[in-house]
Design a protein around this ligand. Structure first.
Ligand SMILES: Cc1ncc(COP(=O)(O)O)c(C=O)c1O
Length: 376
């Protein structure tokens, strides 16, 4: 299989069909139906310049998943070995010394940490809150504006189209970290962003057994620069992990549906509970982010957050739950919760980000109610 032979399954097919069939190769009698991993590091050499020759430069397993995710995102996808590898590659490729970069002050903390502490190339970093009043001044002089919406862990939302308009007028590119929404939940490129990227460790792979990330863009020159930088830097994903993520992607539509169902049910239960100070889920019409989220998101996922009185209360909740593990990450099959203040996020000590898994709604609600009894 060489580049371009994979199925591109786009509209009018629905989300489920696109996830199941994305990146499959055309049927061949005697050939496997599902994608198969090609683990080779070396390939028989050919005079065809598009043929595979060495695993660091490309292989059929990457192409299959890049084709599937690219079709969902609406651009050309470049895979990376983790979400942070995608974030850091984007910064290295797009920014030069002296450039100004706008970063979310309330997004995933390692993005800021990478730029501030590890790039060491004289960048001007401007941190802006997701819910800030974005104006021309906010983005003035920037080369790149990175948004994270919904933000992790606050689940705040900003208007991608409006900010892209401001940023483009200022000559900046706009990238959206789409990890929380997933490619089915939101299409930043269709909303006016230049780049969408994500940690596919989360919803796309979905089974908490893979680290992976990607960047999708529409500008062929940028995509070529990203691919070249990936080959040269050597920060490449392993084919086995990519294959596992492709396998996971097949059920993304189903998993998101159940996770969102669970989030909606838990939101109602948590909102009413005396031990809970506040709860956030952009999918609820009662959430302050809902109006913008409903305009730009296609569907809401299973990540919610809620605040208990203290770190001790959060610990009691986690110890008492049978179905919600204490773990950091989200978007997987198994429900988990993470007390984000332990990682230094500027959130209340008792705030838990809860990633709803694919358990039965009735079971999860019962389990969370039981665990909350331990908190009162
Ligand atoms: C919003 C967001 N972006 C990027 C990352 C980094 O992804 P990874 O852990 O796959 O490197 C994370 C990880 O939690 C995240 O939540």
């Amino acid at each position: 299989m060489s580049a371009g032979e994979e199925f591109v399954v786009s509209e009018p097919f629905g989300d489920g069909t696109r996830c199941v069939h994305g990146g499959l190769v055309p049927a061949e009698p005697g050939g496997p139906v599902p994608p198969q991993p090609v683990m080779a590091s070396q390939f028989h050499l050919s005079d065809d310049p598009s043929a595979d020759f060495y695993g660091r430069a490309g292989n059929p397993t990457w192409r299959a998943l890049e084709s599937a995710i690219g079709a969902l995102d609406g651009g050309s996808c470049v895979l990376y070995p983790s979400g942070m590898a995608a974030v850091s590659a984007l910064m290295r490729v797009l920014l030069k010394p002296g450039d100004t970069v706008v970063l979310p002050s309330d997004g995933y903390y390692l993005g800021r940490s990478y730029v501030r502490e590890h790039m060491m190339n004289g960048l001007v970093v401007r941190e802006v809150a997701t819910t800030a009043a974005w104006t021309a001044e906010t983005v003035a002089g920037a080369a790149l504006v990175l948004l994270e919406t919904p933000s992790n862990p606050g689940l705040d939302v900003c208007d991608i189209t409006a900010i892209a308009r401001l940023a483009h007028a200022a000559g900046a590119l706009v990238a959206v970290d789409n990890t929380t929404a997933s490619p089915l939940g939101q299409r930043p490129l269709a909303l006016g962003a230049d780049i969408t990227l994500a940690s596919d460790t989360k919803a796309v792979a979905g089974h908490s057994d893979v680290l992976l990330g990607h960047i999708t863009a529409t500008d062929p020159d940028l995509v070529a620069r990203l691919r070249t930088e990936r080959t040269v830097s050597g920060a490449v994903p392993g084919p086995f992990e990519v294959w596992l993520a492709h396998r996971g992607l097949g059920t993304l539509d189903l998993r998101l549906a159940r996770q969102a169902e669970n989030a909606a049910a838990l939101y109602d239960v948590l909102r009413e509970h005396p031990a809970v100070r506040s709860v956030r889920w952009p999918g609820s019409p009662l959430d302050p982010a809902h109006e913008v989220a409903a305009r730009q998101m296609r569907r809401f996922g299973g990540v919610i957050s809620f605040e208990l009185a203290s770190a001790e209360a959060a610990a009691r909740f986690l110890a008492a739950s049978r179905l919600v593990s204490s773990a950091t990450s989200f978007g997987g099959l198994h429900s988990n919760a993470d007390r984000r203040a332990r990682w230094g996020d500027a959130v209340p000590e008792g705030l838990l980000r809860l990633s709803c898994g694919c358990e039965d709604t009735r079971d999860l609600v019962a389990d969370v109610l039981t665990a909350l009894e331990a908190v009162i």
